[in-house]
Design a protein around this ligand. Structure first.
Ligand code: ZN
Length: 350
């Protein structure tokens, strides 16, 4: 993760259009949903309406779109002249997945497109598509709109493809979802980046970092297994989750008490319950966990089931490491796993 300069410094740089901060941060303007380079000539937002990100990817995941004036997507190496129009179209049809076929139809070489994206934006073409689709869909949550319709009125352009992107990520469009059993989704800020939380009346069903690669798949599976629509809104379980998570990040909470609604096989449920028994600040190996659930041979299966955990932090799969002490994978990214373990250790004196 890239570190940002102090907020007051960034805001000063933004006001003064200080070119020495170019590439160090992006300014995301809440009122317009646009992100800018520090030197942009557009009118500057009030401090309470701006948030800063280190990368284009993070700005996209937060639901912001590149400013047309300062063109932050073109910062750094000037892209070839087909890049601007392609990015523009992708931004305006965030629900569309461009296949090699589509790229060729535009007269582009898919291999060259991928290479150019990686070089220019530091992320793959696929990651870019996913980030702008997820970001667009998440924006209703991020803005804290009480209902999706209000969110639509409050600033989603009609051409943004917002409804389509939302449906792609969360399922049925809100209008159709009215009469179905509901899962409620909200956006939570954390020191490790934004998180998506989803709950129903039986408890919390999902808590994930919004940039998690598997998130779209998880949401699809969730809709299939619970048969309900997901709509943005408030829920008592989500409020409790937000509160407890804040306490956890402040080092004031070691055990979570919100109700959890997990769906899975007997083996999965057992393995997830075993995770919850690993004390705060401690770690276990996959072998330990396999023994814990009574299937010493199931070390690999344990690894897989850990990866299928949808409740990040609350079901602490981050506390499982390799027998040699190395970290191995984590759905939210290894740097987050390291951060969580360090955080817990520093609050237990281990
Ligand atoms: Zn701008």
């Amino acid at each position: 993760m890239m570190m940002l300069p102090p907020v007051t410094e960034m805001y000063r740089a933004l006001l003064e259009r200080d070119a020495s901060f170019e590439g160090l941060f992006l300014a995301c303007v809440r009122t317009t949903g646009i992100f800018c380079r520090p030197t942009c000539h557009a009118r500057k937002p009030k401090p309470e309406n701006v948030e800063f990100t280190a990368t284009i990817q993070e700005a996209l995941h937060r639901g912001y779109r590149p400013c047309r004036l300062c063109d932050p997507m073109a910062a750094g190496a000037a892209g070839p002249n087909w890049l601007g129009p392609l990015v523009h179209d992708m931004q305006h049809q965030p629900d569309r997945r461009l296949r090699d076929l589509d790229l060729r139809a535009r007269g582009l070489d898919p291999v060259q497109v991928r290479r150019t994206f990686k070089r220019t934006f530091g992320m793959t073409f696929q990651a870019y598509e996913r980030a702008s689709r997820m970001g667009t869909a998440m924006r209703a949550l991020h803005e804290g709109s009480p209902t999706l319709d209000a969110g639509l009125d409050a600033g989603f352009e009609s051409d943004s493809g917002f409804r389509a992107a939302f449906a792609r990520v969360f399922g049925e469009t809100p209008g159709e979802a009215r009469d179905m059993p509901l899962l409620t989704a909200t956006w939570l800020e954390s020191p490790l980046g934004p998180m998506l939380a989803i709950a129903g009346d039986r408890g919390l069903v999902l808590l994930e970092f919004v940039d998690r690669r598997a998130l779209e798949t998880e949401l699809r599976e969730l809709r299939r297994s619970l048969g309900g629509a997901i709509v943005p809104g408030e829920h008592v379980v989500l409020r409790q989750t937000e509160e407890e998570l804040r306490e956890y990040f402040e080092g004031r909470r070691q055990v979570f008490t919100m109700p959890l609604h997990q769906q899975g096989s007997e083996f999965q449920l057992n393995a997830w319950r075993a995770l919850c028994r690993i004390p705060y600040g401690a770690t276990r190996s996959y072998t330990d966990m396999a023994r814990e659930v009574g299937s010493p041979a199931a070390v690999r299966a344990i690894g897989r089931v850990n990866g299928q955990n949808r409740l990040a932090i609350v079901v602490p799969c981050h506390r499982v490491i390799r027998s040699d002490g190395s970290l191995c994978g984590y759905g939210g990214g290894r740097w987050r796993k390291q951060w969580l373990l360090d955080h817990e250790r520093s609050h237990t004196g281990r």
